[in-house]
Design a protein around this ligand. Structure first.
Ligand code: ACO
Length: 355
């Protein structure tokens, strides 16, 4: 079976820079706290009402498509990963198709709901489709417009300061030669901890999972037999419509699962951490990346970090960081590139690529 490669890559970040000092003005936080705990100095926010997850995704996609040497109409399958979709449904895949002006091709569009590891899941699916010969040009996009759904009061500060907006995209095509391209991908999940990092409302859960786990809930559902809405006024009034995160728990799991899934990929192809030319970790938190780097005994020049400038852009973080590394000349032909991510679900994954 012929392997698949990343033939073109691009990214887009909005031009609105939001510094830690800007956030100090709207919530009780400090630049020192944010930098010390997360490494983040600033992030980008999309321009409200002018940009969305799918429109930013389309901007990144156009660059990736051009660099792959194809036209938008040549894309024969779209995979879109995000946790901040424009609509509850339909997904961003079809909106991106429309944004790119390629609806007449009627190419399939698939939406991925795997949060921080969404891009890894999407890339792995593209890899399978290309390897089997089903498609030749698969467009994979990771994009987020977090800034439309964060709590900008002190109540939400532990989550809000971490996230930023942006988009990254790749075109996956058949590789030209043996041993080039995506060597292996590994995907995992553990739903035990689904609520440790989650955006629960609005949703159609009706309190089910909380009741089953014996957790206290205060969603404010009515007793109506029919027509219950999946968002209640009480949820809005009490701020239960924002992401929740048990930061320390997530941190501990992340520093365990990142090295584990990277080693799994390396072992599959008989290589070691020292063989990695560039590790692109999901930009969750600089402290997580630094710990993973230490555990794998990697040098600074073997790891790409840009969370300092963009914050955590979830499904977009891996393709943005990879695109930056490629543009900076830090990833060259023949290099071994390792992508890895961990996040909500929990879901996590890795990929090894011979560039
Ligand atoms: N500014 C100032 N103080 C804050 C802020 C803030 N933005 N956020 C929380 N605090 C306060 C808390 O209220 C708490 O105060 P208290 O001691 O008076 O109660 C104190 O700081 C410590 O809070 P913790 O939540 O215990 O802080 P911690 O040291 O764990 O750092 C953080 C929080 C940065 C979220 C950390 O737990 C972390 O990095 N976790 C990993 C989670 C992560 O990276 N998530 C990213 C998304 S998930 C992913 O991509 C994998």
């Amino acid at each position: 079976m012929k392997s698949a490669k990343i033939a073109g890559i691009g990214y887009y970040v909005p031009d609105w820079v939001v510094t830690n000092q800007d956030l100090e003005k709207v919530m009780d936080t400090t630049d020192d706290w944010i930098v010390e705990r997360t490494g983040i100095h600033e992030r980008r926010y999309g321009h409200k009402h002018e940009e969305t997850t799918s429109s930013m995704g389309a901007k990144a996609a156009r660059i990736a498509i051009e660099r792959a040497g194809i036209e938008p109409k040549d894309v024969d399958f779209i995979i879109f990963a995000t946790l901040s979709p424009d609509y509850y449904f339909p997904g961003c895949g079809v909106l991106l198709q429309r944004e790119l002006g390629i609806t007449s091709s009627e190419a399939g569009a698939l939406d991925i709901r795997n949060q921080c590891s969404g891009f890894l899941y999407a890339l792995s699916i593209a890899d399978q489709f290309v390897k089997t010969g089903m498609y030749r040009n698969v467009l994979v996009v990771g994009a987020e417009m977090h800034s439309m759904g964060l709590d900008f009061t002190t109540r939400g500060r532990n989550v809000t300061v971490i996230f930023g907006d942006g988009a990254g995209a790749v075109v996956v095509q058949p590789a030209d030669k043996e041993g080039q391209g995506i060597l292996t991908t590994h995907l995992h999940s553990d739903g035990t901890y689904a609520e440790k990092l989650a955006f629960i409302n609005p949703g159609a859960h009706g309190g089910y999972h909380f009741q089953k786990m014996g957790l206290e809930e205060d969603f404010g559902y009515s007793d109506a037999q029919y027509g219950e809405m999946f968002i209640t006024q009480h949820m809005v009034d009490s701020g239960q419509i924002f992401p929740i995160m048990e930061g320390q728990f997530v941190f501990k799991m992340a520093v365990q699962k990142f090295p584990e899934v990277i080693m799994e990929a390396l072992q599959k192809v008989g290589l070691q951490p020292s063989d990695i030319n560039m590790l692109i970790p999901h930009q969750a938190n600089l402290r997580i990346s630094q710990m993973v780097q230490r555990l794998l005994r990697l040098r600074d020049d073997q790891v790409w970090n840009n969370i300092q400038r963009y914050g955590n852009t979830t499904a977009a973080s891996v393709p943005i960081a990879l695109a930056e590394a490629v543009e900076a000349g830090a990833v060259k032909e023949g290099d071994l590139v390792c992508l890895a991510a961990f996040g909500s679900g929990f879901t996590w994954g890795s990929a090894l690529i011979r560039w």
